[in-house]
Ligand binder design. Sequence first.
Ligand SMILES: [Zn+2]
Ligand SMILES: [Zn+2]
Length: 784
Amino acid sequence: MTGRRVHLVRRDLIFAAVREAGRISRADLVRRTGMARMTVNGLVAELLTAGVLAEEAAAHSGTRAGRPARSLTLGPAAGGVVGALIGADGVRVAEADLAGNVLRERHHDIDTSDPSTALDAIAEVITGTGRIWSTVAGFSAPISGGVIQSSSVLPGWAGTSPAAELGRRLGHRVIVRNDADLSLLGEVGYGVAAGHQDVCYLRVATGIGCGLLLGGTVHHGATGVAGEIGHVQVDETGALCQCGNRGCLETIASPRQILAALSAGYGSPVTASQAVELARTDATAERILADAGRMIGRVVAALANGINPSLVVLDGPLITPDGPILAGVTESLHRYAQPEVVESTAVRVSALGGRAALLGAVGAALRVTPAARGERAFLPMPAASEAGPAVPSPGRRERLVRRDMILDALRGQGPTARSDLVKITRLPRAAVVELLAELRHEGLVELCAPVETRAGRPSPHFRLTVGSGRLIGIALALPGIRAVVADGAGRIEETMTVPFPMSNDSHPMLRAAGDLARELLDRHGPEARIAVSVPAPVHPRTGRFGVRSVLPMFSGFAPAEEIAAAVGRPVRVENNAQLAALAEMRRGAARGAQDVLYLKADQHTGAGIVVGGRMHRGAIGYAGEVGHLNVREIGPFCICGSRGCLSAFLSPAYFGALIEPRPAAHSPGAPGSPVPPGSPVSKASTEGEDRLLTLAAQGHRPAQRALLDAGRLIGRTVAPLCDVLNPAVVVVGGRFVEAGAFVVEGIREALLRHSAPSAAAGLTVVRAELGFDAEALGAVELLL
Ligand SMILES: [Zn+2]
Ligand SMILES: [Zn+2]
């Protein structure tokens, strides 16, 4: 690092420390930044002269005689940030100081239909006192790579990149974001979502938009169009939508439709606030709003089952805490989501009075000011009162964020050139060099040979330190217990299967897995580490199966504890579909993708979700439990206690009835006899499934058609997840792919047909590559 750069970085750190504390003495500044007193004094003097800092007499601090202590605050030249919202009805602008206090907030009646004249007008109304560090502009449209995508609210902006245009006009950094994302940030920073890690924010306004916080990070999806909840198809034969599909949620439950229905009924135009009032006293108005709420709630239930957030925030002009829309959403959620998911999902109405997006824009703008470079993790807005002793100093916090960025990059990429780490993390080269040296010193990373040699002087390559111990991945599955032994770098050394029938009591199987693990430990040494894949959701914090889990034999206990008791050492336990997703992303069909939806196509269908390269487990580990999404109200009974679940339609009992003529001679319940649809499915049998797959592989047309239909059904049922998650790749695994491409074809066809065109456009549907080993390999990946 050059001397000049060091100087600037240090100045930023001083500035950041003052900003975070609000008011701080020089002595505290020395302590918090860890710099020498002389250095701090020099930098402070410089910043005081520039007016960036100011000095004030400290409050009477006591009895000590001598020169009174003076404290430092931000000065008049410290400047601030601007948040702006561009919608169909004009532009709202908020100015805030660097502590996050909103100083001024205004609405400007700007015609936003033409981007270029609108940008001129917007640039004129964005002003501030002192320096503006950054402006974040929110648009009511999906945004991908800074380019506005087509939307019903701002159709004229499609294809434009307003950040650079506006930045040129304003002379400072401008970032454009989707307004639903910004609302989500507003709710996390200032509203009801504070403290939550997994949040769906739904704004029901001109359109129906959704912002997603997954594992504490705002999710944008593979092509930036995540959150297209307004275009989840709810009626296959419904009205045509702006997006090019039919029967989207937006065409049925948006305020425009609700108000149109009310206006038609009352013979005169009804406004949003009138509608809210009417619904208090008028049964018809209440019913219209409640029906819209129920319809939205069905989609929310699918998201709750699929993504498993801890909080759903509803916002919009027609939504009140005691109104019928919230009641309708809650009713549908209870009806269509898994009981354990319902219990763990709070539904709240935004309390920010429509200001969530604007506050979020201010918050996002604050994050790109010098004191807040850890852009990936959303940190609560700094406020003077929150800066307690437990908060690491800004310099230290920034360092920790940067270390994580490097470790994450190595974890995701494997051995990586230092020059590539600079590109991936977008950190200054000098910082990467210094942090790598530190991580090497601590034994967390090591030098390694380049994977491929390039011309010129090679940049040194680094990887996470390869432990000497073996990694043991064990999967509990239907045909038995599968184990994979790998070396510390994840290279496979040995695989094996121990046949074990799954029964209504899972404990013997867990004990057998424990015995196998102990045997492998005896063979491979005590340094080996163990992870186990189980076919049910595991709570990410408690490690327990739910009390009323989807599979009764995997309910109400902590599997890791049982296996650890047999092995005599700790083991990690994770859900099978989530591990398969991880394995396919790291070493299978979805290599290189960061956003992956893995679908396990068989009688116990489930999904695994990878977002931004990380496994997404959900608030209670239920993310990806798509097998119990409702397909039909009056469908076959399901082992989960509900009926019409996706899994129930994929059960061998159901298929058996489809592909075999019913033999009259068989007594009911005899082996091989078909079970009529509507009966509870067998909990452990693979017999029907085996037969179906054999027939299909032999060319039996009805069996092939059954698998194609199974794919169509799965695709159609999980289409809302694609709309909302916007994955790059959908990987289809599970036993149904053994018979050929039928199920993959069916899923591809249904996803293209039923998901929002914007989500479908960026989607690839592929067959899994790791087959039966995916889950055990995922367990190994978990240990890497
Ligand atoms: Zn649509
Ligand atoms: Zn079910």
